[in-house]
Write a protein that binds this ligand. Structure first.
Ligand SMILES: Cc1cc2nc3c(=O)[nH]c(=O)nc-3n(C[C@H](O)[C@H](O)[C@H](O)COP(=O)(O)OP(=O)(O)OC[C@H]3O[C@@H](n4cnc5c(N)ncnc54)[C@H](O)[C@@H]3O)c2cc1C
Length: 451
């Protein structure tokens, strides 16, 4: 039976980033994916990727960020719009061809020494003496056991390893994600037949009354005449609407492009976790990375960049822990701290903002944008949880503009305060594992929800 330093389950952005980092640090790595080798990396996605995430791997190892035919369009802006107005924020990045970019990253892994086996779904984990010691996967009709010092779960929302861990195996790492923390989504890539679209260098979240909460349809540039379009909402709420998601999407899109104005090049959909990262992402013998650990920004559904970055963190920490001969949950703890410093803080704030956005409704948002109650910088500061996102003097101006809907202003003010408070709380994520229980109790009390 083969033995590796690390087995990485899944070859999406989290998997290639973890595997590449480990291989570059001199570790023997096996990457398993259920997709055939030539399909790895392909994924139904909005395709937007921020500029800074791939740069982490570039700075440390010289791994080139997306370029050439991997890039559909360069991004400069993210716009939050309603039918009557919009707020435009700076958002440097790309829309990428996930398949082409993903395949290049996979090849870079192989060049760095990672062994890749496609068409190899992982079906079970090997647990001995309280530690995960390997996995069982199926390949060409045979079940194969393979062992390693660490197992890294990068298998996306369906979490092939995490879901097979015994209940209570690692406090704070939930096995299941309930439907109210999963967004179901539908997306299309279309080509316009006649005129070009007006979204060059831009991704737009358009809030409309006809779309269930959080209420937007996205228009993401894919270069001249091409768009990535889609919508989504909580899986737990799909039964509340009398039409299927695809129909609601099509009717909303009809108001912008009629069906004879575009050709559909690709359709797809998927599930997106919308909650802050799990409170613990390590277990005896391994860790969870990317969507498997719920790293997606709950408001914007950005998970590609976080998967790349957390893969890098996981690879670094796993390699150091192997050196120290301690791959226990606690021995790998540094990974939790690094993730929480970044995505714990950011995504918990986004999670709280999303709860308010759902309350605000597209109508409320429209009122706020139309009256200019919130400026671009303020909106960005609210999303980023900046101190004094809305100053006293600008608040006074808003009071006047908000006439007669003062309730909205109150909601906005509470949103800013609560977003800031949760961000500050996540900044105090414990560096000592024995403090986790207390930290979790405090966080649940703040959110009035058990995560
Ligand atoms: C419709 C939609 C739109 C999105 N839009 C955006 C966007 O615009 N920008 C953005 O940043 N993010 C977006 N996201 C989120 C983004 O796609 C994910 O966050 C990102 O792909 C997560 O990477 P990952 O490597 O963790 O998981 P994935 O990319 O899902 O990769 C998981 C890999 O694991 C493999 N796997 C699964 N099960 C097994 C198994 N049992 N054994 C072996 N292998 C297995 C899969 O084949 C896959 O290759 C969107 C998601 C959806 C669904």
């Amino acid at each position: 039976m083969s033995t590796y330093d690390a087995i990485v389950v899944g070859g999406g952005p989290a998997g290639v980033s973890s595997a590449y980092t480990l291989a570059k640090l001199g570790r023997s790595v096996l990457l398993l994916d259920k997709k055939s080798h030539d399909r790895i990396g392909d994924k139904s996605c909005g395709d937007a990727l921020d500029r800074s995430s791939p740069e982490i791997l570039f700075k440390e190892f010289g791994l080139e960020p997306p370029h050439g035919d991997e890039v559909s369009d360069e991004l400069k802006y993210m716009t939050v719009a309603t039918p009557e107005g919009h707020v435009k924020m700076s958002a440097p990045g790309y829309t990428v061809d996930r398949h082409v970019y993903g395949q290049r990253l996979l090849k870079e892994c192989e060049k760095a020494g990672v062994e890749v086996i496609g068409s190899a779904p992982v079906r079970d984990v090997i647990i001995e003496d309280g530690f995960v010691k390997g996995v069982k996967y199926v390949h060409k009709g045979e079940t194969i056991e393979v062992r390693s010092t660490v197992v890294i779960d990068c298998s996306g929302t369906f979490a092939a390893v995490r879901k097979r861990l015994p209940e209570g195996f690692s406090e704070g790492l939930n096995r299941e994600v309930p439907d109210y923390h999963i967004a179901a989504s539908y997306r299309e890539i279309v080509e316009l037949k006649e005129k070009d679209h007006p979204y060059k260098n831009e991704i737009v979240l358009l809030y409309k009354e006809s779309i269930p909460p959080p209420g937007y349809i996205w228009f993401f540039t894919k270069g001249p005449k091409r768009l990535n379009l889609g919508t989504g909402w909580l899986k737990s709420e799909t039964h509340l609407y009398d039409k299927p998601m695809k129909q609601i999407y099509r009717e909303a899109l009809d108001e912008h492009y009629t069906r004879d104005e575009y050709e559909i090049l690709k359709t797809g959909g998927g599930q997106i976790p919308v909650r802050p990262p799990f409170d613990c992402l390590t277990f005896n013998g391994g860790m969870v990375v990317g969507d498997a650990g719920c790293m997606v920004d709950p408001t914007t559904a950005e998970g590609h960049g976080p998967a790349l970055v957390t893969g890098y963190f996981a690879g670094k920490v796993a390699s150091e822990s192997i050196d120290r001969n301690d791959v226990s949950r606690e021995g790998l703890w540094e990974y939790n701290v690094k993730v929480m410093e970044l995505y714990g803080v950011r995504n918990s704030m986004s999670y709280v903002a999303l709860r308010y956005l759902r309350k605000l409704s597209p109508d409320g948002l429209q009122f706020i944008i139309k009256r200019g109650i919130i400026t671009e910088n303020e909106l960005k500061d609210i999303y980023d949880g900046e101190e004094n996102a809305i100053s006293f003097w600008s608040m006074l101006g808003k009071v006047i503009k908000c006439f007669p809907k003062y309730g909205l202003l109150w909601t906005l003010k509470r949103m800013v305060d609560d977003v800031k408070e949760i961000g500050t709380y996540y900044e105090q994520y414990p560096s000592d594992p024995s403090d986790l229980k207390k930290w979790r109790e405090g966080r649940d009390a703040l959110l009035k929800e058990e995560l």
